[in-house]
Design a protein around this ligand. Structure first.
Ligand code: NAP
Length: 248
């Protein structure tokens, strides 16, 4: 793979598994040095670091619960101390809840807001202070904001918030040629997606995509690989779907 990101530095939140791990490994294959953030899964995060360093670039795992702003600051400090710059931030860490709105507790609501919105907001705030001119911020949203399925109330609300803060930040950072976009996967084969679903439900969701299957983490890494290139410098403030034609 062409090393178009050689010398650049990326932070990927929630990169110990699933979509985040695939994105971190892809950015490494493109030549970037990568900070692999995680909250609990140390051995999985170290495995991702190993995959990246084996392909050439440097990488560190940084344990930080991004629901806490102090931990976000710690993660950015670790990145700058190790690599001296930041070019790419991918806000990927997120959780899913499936419940009708009438059954969601205040605690559950606060939990999903803390990870899916607050962490993205404050990581964007830190990035806005230090990201290099021409940098890239990609916030992982969801096609649920278009599908509006029952039981996705809090989740859809969080991803709608991510899309909106993305648009505003794009306006605030454009003068430095920093682009800010949100990227909406459809269903992707990860632990988050499979939890609590029957094989029949998964097949049904696969059938909703034009391409007739659910996505892989690598499909989403492919989309990220386009947005981080120099050639995507004119794409900013957008919500881009990578969902096999499920909705747009
Ligand atoms: N999978 C889908 O179908 C789908 C569809 C649309 C959008 N998305 C979005 O894509 C993103 C990734 O989803 P996924 O399916 O890859 O999820 P996943 O397989 O559950 O992985 C989640 C990742 O986030 C990390 N994480 C969890 N809590 C964290 C915290 N407080 N601080 C830092 N890291 C934390 C986990 O690390 P630890 O294990 O160390 O906690 C893990 O690496 C999410 O934003 C999700 O909403 C997913």
């Amino acid at each position: 793979m062409e090393k178009v990101l050689e010398g650049k530095v990326a932070i990927v939140t929630g990169a110990s598994r699933g979509i985040g791990a695939a994105i971190a490994i892809r950015l490494g294959l493109m030549g970037a040095n990568v900070v692999v953030n995680y909250a609990h899964s140390t051995s999985a995060a170290l495995e991702v670091v190993k995959r990246i360093t084996e392909s050439g670039p440097q990488s560190i795992a940084v344990r930080a619960d991004v629901r806490q702003t102090s931990e976000i600051k710690k993660m950015f400090a670790a990145a700058l101390e190790k690599f001296g710059r930041l070019d790419i931030l991918v806000n990927n860490a997120g959780i899913l809840q499936n419940k009708p709105i009438k059954d969601v507790s205040e605690e559950e609501f606060d939990d999903i807001i803390a990870l899916n919105v607050k962490s993205v907001f404050f990581a964007c705030q830190e990035a806005a202070k230090v990201i290099a001119d021409g940098g890239r911020i990609i916030n992982i949203s969801s096609t649920v904001t278009k599908m509006l399925l029952p039981t996705y109330g809090p989740y859809a609300a969080t991803k709608g918030a991510v899309d909106q803060l993305t648009r505003v930040l794009a306006k605030e950072l454009g003068h430095r040629e920093v682009t800010v976009n949100s990227l909406s996967p459809g269903p992707v084969d990860t632990e988050l997606f499979r939890a609590g679903k029957t094989e029949e439900q998964i097949l049904q969701m696969a059938g909703m995509a034009a391409l007739g299957r659910i996505g892989t983490p690598e499909d989403i890494a492919d989309a990220v690989s386009l947005l981080v290139r120099d050639e995507s410098g004119w794409i900013s403030g957008q919500n881009i779907c990578a969902n096999g034609g499920m909705a747009g």
